[in-house]
Design a protein. Structure first.
Length: 342
């Protein structure tokens, strides 16, 4: 990151964080800051049982590896047909071969999805709607990135907001009409949201609501996108309720999991040296997936409004993540940004 001078944050007030204090975390230790309470998360592996998903249509984004692949496998084990939404089709086909070889009674299919490309999102959603099974039982917004460079001059072009929030937000909106009664939408969030901050304001040029400012570091950008995941889940649930839709929306933090999301970080080439540390503090993809599957299928959550789960347990997110006004503002700003395209 070109402007963080070796730090993820500063414990002084920062104009790019809009008056909110942020934590001083050395960049090389940023991933370690996420391991707080992760040992507890690793112990809460119970799913609570799964209702029948036999023949039901499910979508898992970012299913080519890591948590996403294991979530898809868990759903296939319960008889679901899972559409694997991935940008890299070669890796997606590899994942499909692996999942098919496990002998699950369900099935899966690959479909290209680039969450940074509006046209790709629309094509993917149209394909889901054409599926002959009819009706979507579950959408898991799992795909995400971390440590990516900025890709444009605007506040939303921070390398994280499009793939982690705006893309999943748009995909969800396109698939809402296809959701069956009792369907669930699950956003994979993170404890990192606690370090995230967000300000929505009208643009002086267009007068439209937009996301203002940009964190100084990749970690701040990532944390902001995870905050958006929880706010999105909250506002989506409110809209389900207003519309009388018998659907539920959850956000879940699986804890820190050893997956490819860390591949963009500067320490990634030295990962083999950190293997003892990773095995001590990081969960396996299978362990992380169990936390997500709980939000996807647990009967204990049926019909209940639970905004956020961490490590397999109901948890309270940050005060900003619980702000209903901010959630509505983010929704409006997200619609405006998607309307303008990339």
């Amino acid at each position: 990151v070109d402007d963080c001078d070796g730090l993820v944050g500063s414990n002084s007030y920062c104009p790019h964080r809009w008056g909110h204090r942020i934590y001083q975390v050395p960049k090389a230790e940023a991933y370690l800051s996420l391991t707080v309470a992760n040992r507890a998360a690793m112990s809460g592996d119970e799913q609570g049982g799964c209702p029948a998903l036999e023949g039901e249509l499910c979508v898992v984004t970012g299913a080519n590896g890591g948590i996403g692949r294991e979530v898809a496998g868990g759903l296939m084990a319960d008889g679901a047909h899972v559409i694997l939404g991935c940008r890299n089709m070669n890796r997606c086909e590899d994942a499909k071969r692996d999942l098919d070889s496990r002998g699950y009674r369900g099935s899966c299919a690959c479909s290209r999805l680039d969450l940074g490309d509006v046209s790709s999102i629309r094509e993917f959603a149209a394909g889901v709607e054409r599926d002959p099974r009819g009706g979507l039982k579950l959408l898991v917004n799992n795909a995400g990135v971390m440590g990516c460079p900025r890709d444009g001059p605007r506040p939303e072009d921070d390398g994280h907001l499009w793939p982690n929030h705006l893309g999943p937000f748009h995909l969800t909106n396109l698939l809402v009409p296809a959701l069956k009664p009792g369907a669930r939408v699950v956003n994979v969030a993170s404890r990192a949201h606690q370090q995230g901050s967000l300000r929505i304001a009208k643009s002086k040029e267009s007068g439209e609501l937009g996301i203002q400012g940009r964190p100084w570091t990749w970690y701040g950008c990532y944390a902001r996108s995870k905050l958006c995941n929880i706010l999105h889940a909250a506002e989506l649930q409110r809209r389900f309720d207003v519309a009388g839709r018998r659907c539920t929306s959850y956000s879940v933090s699986p804890g820190v999991v050893s997956t490819g999301i860390f591949s963009n970080l500067q320490w990634a080439p030295l990962r083999w040296l950190l293997t003892p540390l990773v095995s001590r503090f990081f969960q396996t993809p299978e362990q992380g997936a169990r936390k997500v599957l709980q939000a996807c299928t647990s009967p204990a959550l049926e019909g209940r409004h639970v905004l956020y789960l961490h490590g397999g347990k109901e948890s309270t997110p940050s005060a900003m993540a619980r702000d209903p006004v901010l959630a509505q503002q983010l929704w409006a700003a997200s619609e405006a940004l998607i309307g303008r395209g990339r």
